[in-house]
Design a protein around this ligand. Structure first.
Ligand SMILES: NC(=O)c1ccc[n+]([C@@H]2O[C@H](COP(=O)([O-])OP(=O)(O)OC[C@H]3O[C@@H](n4cnc5c(N)ncnc54)[C@H](OP(=O)(O)O)[C@@H]3O)[C@@H](O)[C@H]2O)c1
Length: 252
């Protein structure tokens, strides 16, 4: 029996969960693609490949060479470049594509959010009065906060921040989710955090920091998503599996 080949663009909890389901489906040969930025990525139950493809053209070549039947963009909602490349490559190679993307968090009563459109805007939103900031936006863009050196920073990321911030008071914490509300509350209290800076990533694995900030009445500078998905999008694993079954019917 010939098996359908599925390429999942990953680097997210959702991609890992989807891969877990697809690993149990013998009719599919699934590969998850990772950018290769994380030193020790969490293990996946299907084969992986790692590193960039070389833009949309490189990805289109890969789709053709590997005879991919379906591509699923399950990358992080802020990974805009790879998503744009995937849309373009699917067109070039004439391969069906859809996105699996968790919905963003929605502001609740007692949340003290200041919504901004970019990391640069978040730096400005911190203002002139020194704050004690918990910075949780990933390691790649954290250095932009060097432009606001009068604040104190506690920066949490999965891998070390590089380049580090050039500010007087900055400490680093390496950890990966999921996180719990009690732990996040203790962390904020112990470090006398007054402001959380985060991307509106959505999902449950890192939502505890939002709940802890709400309970403690902390300000949250929320970096909102700016680029809506240009392709058909589903929001959870179940819907993704249904769509896969629809697009790749039995007996190829
Ligand atoms: N941005 C975030 O806040 C964030 C948070 C958590 C996890 N992630 C994950 O980390 C990875 C990198 O994110 P990013 O924001 O740096 O991406 P990006 O800016 O959208 O992509 C930059 C380049 O990295 C390569 N790339 C990205 N994701 C890839 C993948 N899954 N497989 C193969 N190549 C990939 C591509 O290189 P080529 O052009 O050479 O193909 C892409 O053009 C993604 O897999 C994403 O899901 C991102």
């Amino acid at each position: 029996m010939s098996r359908y080949r599925i390429l999942v663009l990953g680097g997210t909890t959702e991609a890992r969960q989807l891969a877990g389901h697809l690993a149990d489906r013998p009719e599919f040969e699934t590969t998850v693609s990772l950018a290769g930025r994380t030193a020790e990525p969490k293990p996946l139950p299907v084969p992986t490949r790692s590193g960039g493809f070389g833009g949309a053209a490189g990805l289109a070549d890969y789709l053709g060479t590997e005879k991919v039947d379906l591509m699923i963009d399950a990358t992080h909602p802020f990974a805009n470049q790879i998503s744009a490349n995937a849309t373009e490559a699917a067109k070039i190679a004439n391969v069906p594509i859809f996105a699996l993307c968790r919905p963003g968090w929605v502001k609740q009563a007692y949340d003290r959010w200041i919504s901004v459109g970019s990391v640069a805007a978040a730096v400005i939103a911190l203002g002139d009065i020194p704050r004690r900031v918990f910075l949780s936006i990933g390691r790649q863009e954290a250095h932009q906060f060097s432009a606001a050196p009068h604040h104190s920073y506690l920066v949490r990321s999965v891998d070390p921040v590089d380049p580090p911030l050039t500010v007087a008071d900055c400490r680093y914490l390496l950890a990966s989710g999921p996180f719990g509300v009690e732990g996040e509350t203790d962390l904020f209290r112990f470090n006398r955090i007054d402001t959380l800076v985060t991307k509106n990533s959505g999902g449950s694995a890192t939502y505890a920091k939002i709940e802890a900030a709400r309970a403690l009445g902390l300000a949250v500078i929320m970096i909102e998503r700016q680029v809506p998905s240009a392709i058909r999008t589903v929001y959870d694993t179940e819907a993704a599996l249904e769509l896969i079954d629809h697009l790749l019917p039995p007996a190829k």
